[in-house]
Design a protein around this ligand. Structure first.
Ligand SMILES: O=C(O)[C@@H](CO)OP(=O)(O)O
Length: 311
């Protein structure tokens, strides 16, 4: 797991940390970017680099939680509140180290009400020495609700229903998986976590579209305004909420979103213009505009591992 960090990133990160400290003092998002770019090009803080995008850019960092025990057991998880596996804890800590080394910092964090994401956030905040910043937890950042598939083994589900059907349930944009039964113990309305949520909003299964739509309410009302106010934001969420956010920001088509898988515990760094439109990073892996922090081959291996869950 240690080999996951590319030496070049580590070396660059050391240079960036001093610049990031200056950015913290300046206290704005654009300053962080200027400082990071300045450090990369060897310029001093007294003469910040002028970037093609200008200064009206924001940095947004998004992380999928580390591997959970049910990722490890290859079960559909959704709103089941399972913990991180030991490997997931390591991935979470490692993503915190990568963020710290890159010189990025945050004013506010957003996460779900599920412990695999919350625990990943805690690991990142610990590694970045930011345990004091405000944390907003919302059910709207939860994983897609996997309905009656929750708890089932992914490969056994393929054996029973066929690959085509499972891929539709797992990755199609509009088709939700089968609904939770009326008498299921897992109905969200029976869970104290959701006591404050309008029962009409609580799902019994969600497509990616439904997941994205309820996440975007939080994005439009809370997160996007916070970014525009200059707050540096960290989001720690789940594979399908992050797919929804990427589809929204990068305007990925409903057809192409089928092929996008998000690796566990890898920071994804967006640069957004003043209208929150993404600026494509040269190291981004299409269709994303954002770049992942860390070693590219390690990241690709984690993406392939997500794809392979039903193979
Ligand atoms: O089971 C789940 O909740 C999700 C994420 O782990 O799986 P998938 O990648 O199949 O959507």
């Amino acid at each position: 797991a240690v080999g996951f960090v590319a030496p070049s990133v580590v070396a660059r990160g050391r240079v960036q940390s001093a610049a990031a400290a200056a950015a913290v003092r300046l206290g704005d998002n654009a300053a962080t970017l200027r400082s990071v770019r300045g450090a990369r090009s060897g310029m001093s803080m007294a003469a910040p680099e002028t970037t093609p995008e200008g200064d009206d850019t924001y940095t947004l960092v998004v992380v999928r939680h580390g591997e959970s025990t049910w990722n490890n057991e290859n079960r559909f998880t959704g709103w089941k509140d399972v913990p991180l596996s030991d490997k997931g804890q390591e991935e979470a800590a490692q993503s915190g180290e990568l963020i710290a080394e890159s010189g990025l910092t945050f004013d506010v964090a957003y996460t779900s009400v599920l412990k695999r994401a919350i625990n990943t956030l805690w690991c990142i905040l610990e590694k970045t020495d930011l345990m004091w910043i405000p944390v907003n937890r919302s059910w709207r950042l939860n994983e897609r609700h996997y309905g009656a598939l929750q708890g089932l083994d992914k490969k056994e589900t393929v054996a029973k229903h066929g690959m085509d059907q499972v891929m539709i349930w797992r990755r199609s944009y509009t088709t939700p998986p089968p609904l939770l039964a009326d008498d299921s113990d897992d109905l969200p309305q029976n869970d104290r976590k959701y006591a404050g949520v309008d029962p009409a909003d609580l799902p019994r299964a969600e497509s990616l579209k439904l997941t994205k739509d309820r996440f975007l309410v939080e994005w439009e009302n809370e997160i996007a305004p916070a970014i525009k106010s200059g707050k540096r934001i960290l989001i720690v969420a789940h594979g399908n909420t992050i797919r929804g956010l990427c589809q929204h920001l990068d305007e990925i088509s409903d057809e192409d979103i089928v092929g996008l898988d998000i690796p566990t515990g890898v920071p994804l760094v967006f640069t957004l213009d003043k209208d929150l439109k993404p600026i494509t990073h040269p190291e981004a892996i299409p269709p994303l505009s954002a770049r992942y922090l860390g070693d590219v081959s390690g990241i690709r291996a984690r993406i392939e591992a997500v794809k392979a869950q039903t193979k």
